[in-house]
Design a protein around this ligand. Sequence first.
Ligand code: PAF
Length: 276
Amino acid sequence: MTLLVHTRPDLARARSGLTGRVGLVPTMGALHDGHRANIRRAKEVADSTVVTVFVNPLQFGPGEDLDRYPRSLDADLAVCEEEEVDLVFAPVEAELYPGGRHGLTTVHAGSGGEILEGACRPGFFTGVLTVVAKLFHLVRPDLACFGEKDFQQLAMVRRMVRDLDFGIEIVPVETVREPDGLALSSRNTYLSETERAAALAIPHAIRAAQDSPEPLAAAEKVLASEPGLTIDYTVLCGPDLGEPPESGPARLLIAARAGTTRLIDNAPVRIGEPDA
Ligand code: PAF
């Protein structure tokens, strides 16, 4: 039976009743199979599981989709029940930011927060890291699961945990994809049929990159052939978001817009021919 709480005192009471290692899955709701994978991983590695559901206004820039972001707490709770989550914390904004957003003390993301998503969405990682830090303090988990789909977010959270000594294990979870390869995202629900067809160029580009010794060029070629996509970036980096190696394992990251919907994806690739 999943317990739903909305307030800090109720969370603290429920948290003190949890036993063993506690695993946290932070979410913004609209739970899909990608979130289920995070929950299942948390259940594998922890004894008790907590899911948070909060559409964090701090990580949405002006003109982004805060107002239209899907909200479906009843359905989210049903998913958590099915996955046998112990506790769901779904606060309203005033519960999480009681002093208001104005003048708020925030977590400053380091230089990694200024590139890629951080360059396209100024303030995004300050918003993400601030809410994640607060959820870590409130839930006090031993570990937390984050999807590899948001690869930079995963790297930034890892770095924050290390830099600010949170002492929480960060567990990565592989991206879950539709049968046609599109990475699951709550934002996929915004896509029209035509936009969704255009969005498929992203997983196609990833597959081409994984099959090529020149992954960046291979991905760019596929993306350039899809007029329905506007590319924000296609980059190669090292596994920790640093400079890509001259050869060997690297990570390909893609951000693109189909209509007004922004999609991101990434995958491991290899630069150069595999060793004989
Ligand atoms: O990945 C998300 O859904 C959000 O960025 C997170 C980690 C729940 C913080 O609001």
